[in-house]
Write a protein that binds this ligand. Structure first.
Ligand code: SF4
Ligand code: SF4
Length: 427
């Protein structure tokens, strides 16, 4: 062993790869802030009592199926793609369970180091209880509007479904962070088992590769592993979340004796992290299967963008009602029936103004114009479009009926034919 140590000391070591744990901790903090921000900024949350779905700041009815469908499909494909290409990178870098469990373990270690014996458990549980209230509040805000939830919380509401849900989630969060933590990943969570199904021979993993026999059996890689395993027993252990902490630990130890670490991220068992390959292969696009996955993801993202761009907070549909072709009114004017369906899917009251273009002297026989619509209200109206016969009128006369809501969206234009009686025609 002394022999190779001396030999390696003379050869300059390649620069050290990135330190994974500090990077992971920064990403944990970023994801935690995103977790808090999404429901409070309406970037993504449900409002189950009001049957609403907020996405990208837009307020949608849950019945607007296309946006919900494409959003969920995109997230599902994103999760599956990250599992196929990058292994358990979601578990170690983005999963809330992992983030909060590691914070709980760090807090427990910190209180054990800094506080006297009698105060340790009390302080630990007190901080966990406060954190559980905050986390449960943020989590429940994904399903109940934060303002509504806060008022239930301040009233100590344990009578409604919303209040009981908030209290139950708080208790479960506390029990999870105090007792379950990372055991959840290896017992309850299905994602680890899913990983075993979807991974292939090019999936990123953490591997012990020691062809030079450099390992000095210091066991530091085992001591730092939060999942309590020894990566030297193989890269396909279900407990391994590919966090990279053991890579850092091994680098720390072996570089002191002039050798690179013998644990690394690798594209499949026996593969290497190929720093000199072209960038598509370096980021994991290593075969046609991965390119197809990327294209499927892009397709769902494009469909989601299209569905969002077509979304209108106020839905207006105008169609001719052909149950009667036309009607001659007592004053001699001719009327065609029009049907209008309206739905206000926003949280503000709006009005909808309707007018007609392209027909000389035409009038809409509406009781109220603009029509008021309360938040969440839907209504259906049938009314007459009437015009006196004019010189040059045909049996079928093109006409445009337009409607515009007060939320400043562009007018909805409905093009149709106005039917006039000619000799011999009947209504
Ligand atoms: S073996 Fe290494 S990569 Fe796997 S969980 Fe443990 S420390 Fe993380
Ligand atoms: S940290 Fe590296 S050198 Fe130490 S036991 Fe683990 S693999 Fe061997």
């Amino acid at each position: 062993m002394t022999h190779w140590l001396l030999a390696e000391r003379r050869a300059p070591l390649p620069p050290r790869g990135g330190a994974h744990r500090p990077l992971r901790k920064r990403i944990h903090l970023a994801f935690f802030l995103v977790f808090l921000a999404l429901p409070f900024s309406n970037l993504m949350r449900f409002d189950l009592p009001r049957q609403r779905f907020y996405f990208g700041g837009a307020e949608l009815a849950i019945s607007e199926f296309s946006i919900l469908f494409f959003a969920l499909m995109f997230l599902m494909v994103l999760l599956a793609a990250s599992a196929i290409v990058y292994g358990r990178i979601y578990c170690s870098y983005a999963c809330p369970q992992m983030i909060f469990s590691e914070w709980s373990l760090s807090l427990e270690r910190w209180t054990a180091r800094r506080l006297p014996g009698w105060a340790r458990r009390g302080a630990f549980y007190a901080v966990l209880a406060a954190a559980s209230v905050l986390l449960a509040f943020a989590f429940t805000s994904y399903f109940i509007a934060p303002g509504d939830l806060l008022s239930r919380f301040l009233r100590a509401d344990l009578a409604t479904v919303g209040g009981i849900t908030g209290a139950s989630v708080t208790l479960l969060t506390f029990l999870d962070l105090a007792f379950l933590r990372l055991k959840f990943c290896t017992t309850i969570c299905p994602y680890g088992y899913l990983q075993g199904i979807v991974q292939d021979r090019r999936t990123l993993l953490v591997a012990y590769q020691d062809s030079a026999g450099a390992c000095i059996d210091c066991n530091k890689c085992v001591r730092v592993c939060e999942m309590g395993i020894d990566i030297r027993n193989g890269p396909f252990q279900i407990e391994c979340v590919h966090c990279g902490d053991c890579i850092d630990a091994c680098e720390d130890v072996l570089r002191k004796v002039g050798h690179e670490g013998v644990i690394q991220y690798a594209w499949g068992e026996g593969g290497t992290a190929a720093a000199r390959e072209p960038w598509p292969r370096r980021i994991g696009l290593r075969d046609a299967k991965r390119v197809v996955i990327l294209l499927v993801m892009a397709a769902y993202l494009a469909a989601l963008g299209l569905a969002l761009s077509l979304h209108r907070p106020v839905m207006v549909r105008i169609t001719p009602d052909r149950s009667t072709m036309f009607q001659v009114l007592p004053d001699g004017r001719v009327a065609n029936r029009i049907r209008m369906d309206l739905a206000n899917r926003s949280s503000r009251p709006v009005t909808v103004r309707v007018w007609v273009e392209g027909l000389p002297g035409a009038r809409l026989d509406l009781a109220a114009n603009p029509l008021p619509l309360a938040p969440g209200e839907s209504l259906e109206r049938t009314f007459d479009l009437a015009a006196a016969p004019w010189p040059g009128a045909q049996e079928l006369n093109p006409v445009r009926v337009l409607a515009q809501s007060s939320d400043r969206s562009s007018p909805v234009v409905s093009e149709m034919m106005f039917i006039m009686p000619v000799k011999g025609s009947a209504p």
